[in-house]
Write a protein that binds this ligand. Structure first.
Ligand SMILES: [Ca+2]
Length: 264
């Protein structure tokens, strides 16, 4: 049953299977004779919800529906419009978490800084992260995402020299960062690729494009907390006096010096 009593902001949605004191009340009969209430629980989303794409949520409206794209990386009436940025070589975008709010990065680089501090507590210690993005490039090695912290903890997603995807986690406790070489596909082929990474404590799930999700586990000795998350970089790591731009940085095994976290 859809609809609402006219003249006031009431319930919008469907009520079904109404019972009181063990008696089923005939809602459909009553709906037919009540203005604004229709029999059946179809609504608009049942018929048209599939037009909300990319995980957009169909929202019932009084005279139709709309797509809520807020939990997706898309925009537009049907969540089909890509929200993305084209990066020229050496450029970066950074999102600062927590205490970096309002700070402006040195302007020597063409970079954009967007503060998302309001979204996270001032001191952010994460037991879990979810990260999803799409990219296309013909250039490898490249740094896709790097998340720094006020500690030595970091995570990074890079394309290696041969175009394969690599995930690096250092949450402390390990001599070397935990490295996952996702698979042998060359992703620097100009085609769009989708990456989904989620970590819950030691357990890491990575899904690449439509391939099955692969699961990895941080070693026992690894810390499970991503402490004092600071900045998310796309495209390049940027410090006050040093630019850890690619490709040089990625091609070295120790491309992220441990002191980097403190320096930027
Ligand atoms: Ca840690």
């Amino acid at each position: 049953m859809t609809g609402a009593a006219s003249g006031q902001r009431g319930f919008l949605g469907c009520i079904r299977a109404l019972r009181m004191n063990g008696v089923t009340l005939d809602l459909e009969e009553r709906a037919k004779v009540t203005p604004g209430v229709k029999a059946g629980c179809s609504g608009h989303c049942t018929s048209y919800g599939m037009y909300c794409r990319n995980g957009g949520k169909c929202v019932e409206k009084y005279n139709g529906y709309s797509c809520d794209c807020s939990a997706t990386a898309y925009d537009g009436p049907f969540c089909t419009k890509d929200i993305g940025g084209f990066f020229e070589a050496g450029t970066l975008v950074k999102y600062s978490f927590g205490s970096e709010v309002g700070n402006v990065a040195p302007s020597s680089d063409r970079d954009a800084q967007i503060s998302v501090g309001e979204l996270t507590p001032r001191e952010t210690n994460l037991m879990r992260e979810d990260l999803a993005f799409s990219f296309s490039t013909s250039t490898a090695p490249s740094m896709l995402v790097y998340v720094s912290s006020h500690t030595q903890d970091y995570m990074a997603v890079v394309l290696r020299q041969n175009g394969t995807l690599q995930l690096r986690y250092d949450l402390g406790g390990l001599k070397e960062p935990f490295v996952v070489d996702v698979d042998q596909r060359n992703l620097a082929n100009g085609q769009p690729h989708t990456v989904n990474i989620s970590r819950v404590e030691r357990s890491i799930h990575i899904q690449l494009d439509h391939y099955p999700t692969a699961t990895y586990s941080l070693p026992e000795s690894s810390d499970t907390e991503f402490n004092l998350v600071k900045t998310l970089f796309l495209g390049k790591v940027f410090g006050n006096y040093t630019c850890h731009s690619l490709p040089a940085a990625v091609s070295k095994p120790s491309w992220l010096p441990h002191s980097l976290g403190q320096r930027q």
